[in-house]
Design a protein around this ligand. Sequence first.
Ligand SMILES: Cc1cc2nc3c(=O)[nH]c(=O)nc-3n(C[C@H](O)[C@H](O)[C@H](O)COP(=O)(O)O)c2cc1C
Length: 199
Amino acid sequence: MSQMLPAPPSTAEPRWTEADTATGADDVRRVLRRHASGVAVITAGASTPTGFCATSLATVSFDPAVVSFAINVRTASWDTIGTADPIIAHLLGERQEDLAQRFGRSGAAKFAPPTRWQRHDLGLPLLHGVLAWLVLTPIARLPVENHVLVVCRVIQAAVDDLAGGPLIHHAGRYTSLVAGELDKRSGRRSVGQNDGQHA
Ligand SMILES: Cc1cc2nc3c(=O)[nH]c(=O)nc-3n(C[C@H](O)[C@H](O)[C@H](O)COP(=O)(O)O)c2cc1C
């Protein structure tokens, strides 16, 4: 965004509504949904291509380059991703909501047309049309409740500078930086609904 929003008046009182973190899972979800995330698709599988949509991809460190993502062990993807090395993380662009929805749905034909992909030199499924991709080698897998936090060193990274802005997930919907700008004028909230189970 090119312009900063004006600071709120200094006299404004905070209007916090507290969530009950012990029992109010829905309340906490309502709070966490305020956190906007980029949208990634994580793939692996040299023999059977496997992949899932993830908003949990995060940078841990730039130097050395380390990222992490969380995967639910109840997904079908876990069987492959849980032991895969290497793995590819794709950063989706603002026009790739369809791809996000396909990879966010269990049982979807994720690698059938219209998904465009090829084999990376290492045999991994590499999706076309994404903003950027990272080849990852896991260095730690930390069980956390029904998820595993996979911490990975980045061993290769590529970006398409002409691919446009990022796809963003916010409040259970897909949006973009441009849509966010439009929202202020038109009141339109987003470009689509999240039908995934995660966020
Ligand atoms: C926007 C969005 C973000 C998601 N983020 C994650 C995530 O970070 N970790 C995860 O385990 N599942 C996440 N999911 C859910 C998985 O993508 C979904 O359960 C997965 O595609 C299941 O497919 P599978 O059973 O074929 O593996 C997300 C779904 C959506 C729609």
